[in-house]
Design a protein around this ligand. Structure first.
Ligand code: XMP
Length: 430
């Protein structure tokens, strides 16, 4: 391994992530591990330069205060503690250490090197993947989202044709999105790519289904079935690649933290399809995943893609999906993205998209009455998607987009801008 490591032991802190990120910001790799890690497990990381015992408000679990194994004090590298009254460390802190104190610990006491960078990370992961997989085969569901794309690029670098990617086009992708996946991964990176156009199958299952939860269930369930069918056609696959990232693991709950949400990336695969997981991004935060993608040579648009829900345009074509409205969402979304990029808003706004409701309003085109759909534009900013504010888009930009949608998108005679923050509205409409 190329990188020095500072280990954070979680003794009930709510700030483990903040601390890990601060150390990584110093250029030194840091990982969070549970308080009851054994001496053998800790020793297995060959390059540990320092340990931080990170206590906090969740240190009492089921009425009992959690402790580290006492033998860890003999581990033999510098150790400090934070908010941990029982600590036997010489240096203890009662809030996070300041940046200067942290820098002193990491560089002066631990003598760690600032060698955490994407080039080294990729080299390490490539070596680990080759060691784990050997000459066997890996399967990956490649949605074209940031995480699965970066995993794919990493696996192609490590094991080339031993990887098979399956891209399921559920017919609810944005304009040109599936085509881009094929261009980048099949034509440019020469991946073993199975492209499944399941659009008709999905749209058939979704016909006349108006309930949002039912739509989501159908799309998720059908996705698993299509992927499973493809997996069964292949022989000799032992591993499943997954785009698990660090927040997925942390949010699934450590031993001391309460579970925030369960993590299922490819949930629901049948029991008899048994795969070992390959998860090369599981120690990266989202911005690091993007940096990794850039270093692996993926196109900027793919790596800096805004969040896009798994059910795709299906939850933006409101109510029961019809082909004319789905086309109106897809076309207006492409125009919105195009105009936002021209105005420089693509780098500023967190998420922006269009929605087409399932009702019509009266209008007038070429001097005649029409009865057509409306497009709603939504553009929001947020840090964690739990709350959101609207972007105050320049009036002229909105007017340009509106005129373009009205001129070029079929069956649309009206454009609205959604002014609602979250809460009470959610970011998506369904
Ligand atoms: P809401 O609508 O709940 O959305 O305010 C919060 C964020 O989550 C995205 N979103 C999804 N992402 N699968 C996903 O991967 C989904 O089913 C899904 N639904 C919502 C949404 O786009 C927003 O960024």
């Amino acid at each position: 391994m190329k990188q020095d490591l500072i280990v954070i032991l979680d003794l009930g802190s709510t700030e483990n992530t903040v601390l890990a990120r601060e150390i990584r910001a110093l250029g030194v790799y840091s990982e969070i591990h549970p308080h009851d890690i054994t001496m053998e497990e800790l020793s297995a990381f060959k390059n540990v330069k320092g340990v931080i015992l990170n206590g906090g408000e969740n240190r009492i679990v089921d009425g009992q205060a959690v402790e580290i194994r006492q033998e860890l004090y003999e581990f033999g590298c510098p150790m400090i503690s934070i908010d941990y009254p029982q600590s036997k460390c010489k240096t203890t802190f009662s809030t996070l250490p300041t940046q200067e104190e942290l820098r002193q610990f990491v560089f002066e006491e631990c003598r760690a090197e600032a060698n955490w960078n994407m080039k080294n990370f990729i080299e390490d992961q490539v070596e680990l993947i080759r060691r784990q997989v050997g000459d066997r085969k890996v399967l990956l569901a490649l949605s074209g989202g940031v995480d699965s794309s970066v995993v794919a690029a990493m696996l192609i670098k490590a094991i080339g044709k031993q990887l098979t990617c399956v891209h399921v086009n559920h017919g609810l992708m944005r304009k040109n999105e599936s085509e881009n996946v094929v261009t980048v991964f099949q034509d440019e990176l020469h991946a073993n790519l199975i492209y499944v156009d399941a659009s008709e199958r999905f749209l058939g299952k979704l016909e006349n289904v108006a309930d949002p939860e039912q739509k989501r269930k159908i799309i998720g369930g059908e996705f698993i079935r299509v992927f499973e069918e493809e997996a069964r056609k292949l022989e000799g696959i032992d591993f499943l690649g997954q785009g698990t990232i660090y927040p997925d693991i942390i949010e699934s709950g450590t031993k001391t933290a309460k579970m925030v949400k369960s993590h299922h990336n490819v949930g629901g695969l049948p029991e008899d399809l048994k795969f070992e997981l390959v998860e090369p991004l599981k120690q990266l935060f989202k911005d690091e995943v993007r940096a990794c993608g850039v270093e692996l040579g993926l196109p900027h648009d793919m790596v800096y893609r805004q969040p896009f829900p798994g059910p795709g345009l299906g939850v933006r074509c409101l109510g029961a999906i019809t082909r004319d409205r789905l086309e109106a969402v897809r076309e207006s979304d492409a125009m919105l993205r195009d105009e936002f990029a021209k105005a420089g808003l693509d780098k500023k706004v967190w998420q922006y998209f269009t929605v087409v409701p399932d009702f019509k309003s009266v209008g007038m085109k070429h001097g005649a009455r029409v009865f057509e759909y409306m497009v709603i534009i939504r553009a929001i900013n947020t840090i964690d998607a739990m709350t959101a504010t609207i972007e105050k888009v320049d009036w002229d930009v909105l007017e340009t987009i509106t005129n373009r949608i009205l001129a070029e998108v079929k069956n649309v005679n009206r454009v609205c801008y959604d002014m609602s923050p979250k809460p009470p509205a959610t970011i998506e409409f369904e």
